[in-house]
Structures are given as C-alpha cells and as structure tokens.
Design a binder for this molecule. Structure first.
Ligand code: C5P
Length: 396
C-alpha cells in the first residue's frame, strides 16, 4: 500500500509469545516499502532471536541503550530521529505500565519517551492481566497521553484461557498502520457499501449467482475506514476477512441485501454499490431439493429490486457511487448507467480486465466527464476512487 512506502517505522518487540507475529508484521511492512528498525527488549529476545528480525528487516536489530554501534552513543535520540512512527507489538502489561509512568530503563522505553512521532501499542497478555485494574489504568493513561492502543482481540490464548488479551493478527496491525498514514478524507462521514455476489435460491442446495470475488468492494471498505469513515459493509457470500474497523452485515439474496442496506442507511453520507447483484431470482424457491426427472426444466424468474437506483431515488439520498462491469462499449454503457440510475459517480471497468484478479483498470464517470485511472492493484484503485469521491463530496 502506497501510504507506507519510504516510511521509517520503529517496531518495539517485548516479551510475549505473540512476538512471533511481529516477524510477519515486519515482513508485511517491508514488502510495502517501509524501512523497519526493530528494537528487541530482553524479554522479546527470549521468544524470537535478533537474527529473524535482521533477516526480515534488512537492518541491524537494537537491544541495548548502551550499544556502542551508535555513533554518539545516543541510541535513544538517533534511532527515533526521522522516525515516522513507533509501534510496540506485542506490548506486555509491563511495558505499558512503564510507558504510562514515563519510565525509561531500557532502550525501547527511552526511545518512546524521547520520540517526536506517534506511538502505537498492540497489547498482548493473559486475559486476567489485561482485565487487572492496574493494566486498565495504564491503558487509560496511555490513551490520555495520545498513544493509540490497537486491540487486543478476544479469543483463545496461549495459556489456554479464552478472553481479551490476544494480540491483533499481523495483517490487521499492518492495516491499522497503513490507515495511520492515510489522509482522513472521509472523517465524520458514514459510508454504506455493498460487495460480492448475491445468491438466489432455487431450492435448499442450488441457486443462481454472479461471478464476483468481492475484492473490489472489500478494498473500498478498507480504504474508506482508513480515510476515517464509519463503514457498514453489506456483503454477499465471499471468502474474505472483514477489513479492520468495518462493520459487516452478511446477506445472501438481493432482497436481503436491499433490506440490510436500507436498515443501515440512517445518517449515511455515501452509498457505494459494488455488489454484483443478480438481476433476477426464481419466482418460488422450492422448499425441498428438486429431483431430476430427465425432462427439460423451466425456471420462472422475477426481477430483483435495483438497490443502487432505489437508494439514489430517496428524497435525502446519500452521495451514490455505482459500478458498471461491461464486456464492451464501456463509455456508452457506464455513462448511460450513471444517467439512468441518477447517480453522480460511476466506476466502470471491462469484465475481461478484472474478474477474480487482484488487478483492474477502471474509468471514473461523473458530471465533469470521464477520468481514466491507471491500471493497478484493487487496493491502489480503491485509494484513487476514494480520493476522487472525497473531492466530489467537498464540492457537493
Ligand atoms: O445495472 P447493473 O447491474 O450493471 O448496475 C451496476 C450497478 O448497480 C452496481 O453499482 C451494482 O452494485 C448496482 N446494482 C444494484 N442492484 C441491482 C443491480 C445493480 O445495486 N439489482
């Protein structure tokens, strides 16, 4: 993701079993073009060795406040100089307590105190340690001091207990860091997005569906959340994880999607219809599995509601963005759709360019004309689309 390219990130790794996840976080950040400098505490080094982080980050790992490798012996100043962000993952109860008190008895805590950049911490600890009033006091103090606390998650823990205290997964932390660098173009806005296909039942085991991976809609949901929006993602059946900070509502049929969208439209500023909604559904879904007779069979289909057109027709409609996947004459069909559905913005693409792949090529159509977007990964395109949307919203 472009936001992380060239950013200098200091990753503090403290002594928790989740330290192994910090290795994957390092890899993801480096892959995105960030320069990652790992500071490993004594406890952290009990779980993962410096060699792992050195190999993944391509930089020497720092552990000691008195490390003679630092030119002027001021590792705490030199390391944090020019840093764009410090993230401590995993953050133990101990490091959070020391950070909350402003203690600086090792390199990491000294760096945090001497920093001139944002500090984010990803707690990881046993459920009871997390719930302890002392830890909660540390969290409250850190938040009050402007530190961002990412997580923790709930679930099964290494100690065998179940509850809050698991560190967020590396992919989720990565998203949160990317979000940190994204301009908050949609701050204070509520965005409702549809994504994926719909599934129209014929009987309990069969149905009609469209081919759609959901990747474009999910990428948009992620980028809108990173841009500061409150996001509700109404999703058809797809095999994708929910983006960080997004509220997801799962549906199957077009009618369910229509109902879920309208149930969440209250105070929405933007509606983005990315879903490949089935235009028709079987008139009557059979209650039991249909048996094959060997004879030809006719299915009676009835039209589904057009969710985008219905939202756009509301008296106080949110700003509506539609998608048009065409196999030819993109300009004519996409611009035609924009006018027919009475929406201010349509994102068009040729199906042969996109389906299922991570890349796509799109053209944005609005009242000012057509705006081709260079071919790119769906995540990068989502960013361009949200930038365009942000400009139109300001002008609206
Ligand atoms: O008419 P067509 O299906 O090509 O229009 C595509 C746009 O309309 C997409 O934004 C899609 O999500 C939306 N749509 C909808 N409900 C339908 C059909 C399409 O919201 N029943």
């Amino acid at each position: 993701m472009g936001e992380l390219k060239g950013k200098k990130i200091i990753l503090g790794v403290t002594g928790g079993v989740a330290a192994y996840k910090a290795a994957e976080l390092t890899r993801l950040l480096v892959k995105a073009g960030a320069s990652v400098h790992v500071v490993l505490t004594e406890g952290g080094a009990h779980f993962v060795t410096p060699v792992t982080f050195q190999a993944l980050s391509g930089h020497r790992v720092w552990a000691d406040l008195w490390d003679p490798r630092m030119g002027n012996n001021m590792a705490h100043i030199d390391l944090s100089r020019d840093a764009d962000l410090i993230v401590v993952a995993p953050a133990t109860a101990d490091v959070m307590a020391r950070l909350a008190q402003g203690q600086c008895d090792d390199l990491l805590t000294t760096l945090c105190l001497a920093r001139d950049c944002p500090l984010l911490v990803a707690p990881a600890m046993n459920r009871q340690m997390w719930e302890h009033p002392a830890t909660q006091r540390s969290v409250a103090q850190l938040v009050g001091d402007g530190v961002t606390v990412l997580g923790p998650d709930a679930g099964e823990q290494a100690c065998g207990e179940v509850g809050y205290g698991r560190m967020l997964e590396p992919e989720v932390l990565y998203e949160a860091l990317a979000a940190h660098f994204q301009p908050k173009r949609l701050a204070g806005r509520k965005v409702v997005i549809t994504a994926g296909p719909t599934f129209e039942a014929i009987d309990p085991v069969r149905g009609i569906t469209n081919s759609s991976s959901g990747k474009m809609g999910y990428a948009l949901a992620r980028v809108c959340a990173q841009a500061g929006a409150e996001v509700v993602l109404v999703s058809g059946p797809v095999a994708l994880p929910t983006p960080y900070g997004v509220a997801r509502v799962d549906v199957a049929s077009a009618q369910q999607m229509h109902a879920a969208v309208f149930a969440n439209l209250d105070a929405a500023d933007v509606f983005i219809g990315v879903a490949a909604v089935a235009d028709y559904r079987p008139a009557d879904a059979a209650e039991h599995k249909l048996k094959k007779s060997g004879e030809a069979m006719t299915l009676s289909l009835v039209p589904n509601p057009d969710i985008l057109a219905d939202v756009a027709a509301l008296p106080n409609a949110p700003f509506c963005v539609g998608f048009a996947a065409e196999s030819r004459d993109l300009d004519t069909y996409a611009e035609g759709k924009r006018r027919n559905k009475k929406v201010p913005m349509i994102v068009g693409n040729l199906v042969q360019d996109a389906l299922g792949s991570d890349d796509n090529q799109v053209v944005i159509y609005d009242a000012a004309g057509r705006h081709p977007v260079p071919r790119g990964a769906k995540d990068a395109l989502a960013l361009r689309i949200v930038e365009h949307l942000g400009r139109l919203l300001v002008a609206a």
